[in-house]
Design a protein around this ligand. Structure first.
Ligand SMILES: Cc1cc2nc3c(=O)[nH]c(=O)nc-3n(C[C@H](O)[C@H](O)[C@H](O)COP(=O)(O)OP(=O)(O)OC[C@H]3O[C@@H](n4cnc5c(N)ncnc54)[C@H](O)[C@@H]3O)c2cc1C
Length: 431
């Protein structure tokens, strides 16, 4: 079956505006390292950077090129908050000590991203000007107040916004009920950030091989050995960082998550005049819908937004149509505009909508399951995985290690998960 046009990486707006990629030659021959990392997205590259900075010999194997997965295709919103849970929920789930450790881990994750960008001079249109979450209905202000107050109680710069302020900051009459802003959040050019992380990891001494899919993982002569089409790496430790692109390398890992295909759209450039009235402070926003409405501008005055058709067939035309209707509702001042790019990517959902750090066997780690919120969290996961690989006790690192939980009837349940979009849409429409 031929692949959908939206799967073509060059459909992705970011490939047209990113900094050029670093050299990442294919692995040819047999190599050895302290740690081999499978997957060159934020999780794998952040792990590589943090490990190399600690002096470990690291090799990253990426099936295509750094940022080829969700990391180079997303909306670029750097969000230091869980998607569903509030900090008090996390304490209820994990207990006081572990719960607050998790809250601090996520709460500090956006600043980790922007600190890395500053430290390594990564050119990725970074703006740490706050992340906005407006209520899409008046009734959703109850949840907004809970989120904002619980993060503020933990010392985070989380501020409640009234209706007028929200309308002014979004430039949208649709967002007139109020909302909150987390001042440490912001947005980035995701493919630029991926490539910049790769450059920083290379400069710190890591090796990164593109076009080098890991095809098998086994034990040989007291080490882990990862095979690729033209070479192999043997190492003491392995980090699996494949998230929504997880294949059969460790079959139970794929069966533990729901890979979810998501779509994105970008408009043609808006005029300076119109662009100045849409998100005038250059904020990114994700509103309170479960179906996820997110908007941000890039430096070329394009508006970039999420799109989630229930059926992915004929997605390009359907998404262009529904995106125009959505823009008409949220930003009517834009008027008629072309949808210039439609593309897709895969995220990894977990049923509890929380990320997971696994120790799959002695020396084999995995970090995944950000459920669509992985820019800040995957970067923080990389730092945590590096700690664990270097021998830090599990109790000192968030998230707590969790056992693999495979989903019953995974092959049937996972494809049916798209039907949830219809349910979310119905719930989002209720008071
Ligand atoms: C359209 C879209 C919009 C999003 N918007 C946002 C947002 O605004 N904010 C936010 O926080 N999050 C967002 N996300 C989620 C975020 O992008 C992801 O959570 C994050 O990028 C995950 O990073 P990762 O490194 O774990 O996985 P990925 O970036 O998906 O990387 C996995 C990599 O593994 C490689 N791979 C797989 N198998 C193998 C193998 N056998 N051998 C070698 N390599 C392999 C793949 O090629 C891929 O490059 C969005 C995601 C999508 C798809």
């Amino acid at each position: 079956m031929s692949q959908a046009p939206t799967a073509d990486f060059s459909r992705n707006l970011w490939t047209h505006t990113a900094e050029p990629p670093p050299e990442t030659p294919q692995l040819v021959g047999n190599a050895s390292a302290d740690c081999v990392i499978v997957g060159g997205g934020f999780t794998g590259l952040s792990t590589a950077l943090h490990l190399a900075e600690k002096g470990a010999a690291v090799i990253v194997l990426e099936a295509e090129a750094p940022g080829f997965g969700a990391s180079g295709r997303n909306n670029g919103q750097v969000i230091p908050a869980f998607s569903r849970h509030n900090p008090d929920d996390i304490v209820a789930l994990f207990g006081e000590e572990r719960g607050e450790q998790m809250n601090a881990w996520v709460g500090d994750s956006a600043s980790l991203v922007f600190d890395l960008i500053r430290k390594h001079g990564i050119r990725c249109e970074a703006a740490q000007n706050g992340w906005l979450q407006p209520a899409h209905r008046a009734s959703r202000m109850v949840g907004v107040r809970a989120k904002q107050s619980q993060w503020a109680k933990r010392g985070k710069p989380a501020r409640l916004l009234d209706g007028a302020e929200t309308e002014a900051m979004t430039g949208s009459p649709y967002y007139r009920h109020g909302g909150w802003i987390h001042e440490e959040g912001g947005h980035i050019h995701p493919l630029g950030y991926s490539r910049g992380l790769a450059r920083a990891a290379l400069a710190a001494g890591a090796a990164i091989h593109g076009k080098s899919p890991a095809t098998s993982l086994d034990r040989a002569e007291g080490k882990w050995r990862v095979q690729t089409p033209r070479g192999s790496v043997s190492a003491d430790t392995v980090v699996l960082a494949t998230n929504g692109y997880t294949g059969s390398l460790w079959p139970r890992l794929r069966q533990s998550i729901v890979p979810f295909r998501t779509f994105h759209a970008a408009t043609a450039p808006m005029s300076d005049n119109i662009a100045g009235s849409v998100l005038p402070g250059n904020h990114g926003l994700s509103d309170t819908r479960q179906e996820l409405w997110a908007f941000r501008k890039d430096q070329g005055n394009r508006l970039i937004t999420t799109a989630a058709p229930i059926s992915p067939f004929g997605a390009s035309a359907k998404i262009a149509r529904t995106t125009k209707a959505r823009l008409e509702e949220a930003f009517p001042q834009i008027g008629e505009i072309d949808i210039a790019h439609v593309w897709e990517g895969w995220i990894a959902m977990t049923p509890e909508l929380l990320p997971r750090l696994h120790e799959l066997a002695g020396g084999v780690f995995a970090g995944l399951g950000y459920s669509g919120r992985g820019i800040a969290m995957a970067t923080a996961m990389g730092a945590s995985l590096a700690e664990r690989v270097m021998g830090a006790p599990a109790s000192a690192v968030a998230p707590p290690p969790s056992p693999i939980r495979t989903l019953p009837m995974h092959d049937i349940v996972a494809p049916l998960s798209r039907a949830l979009i219809g349910y979310y849409r119905w719930k989002d429409g209720k008071g």
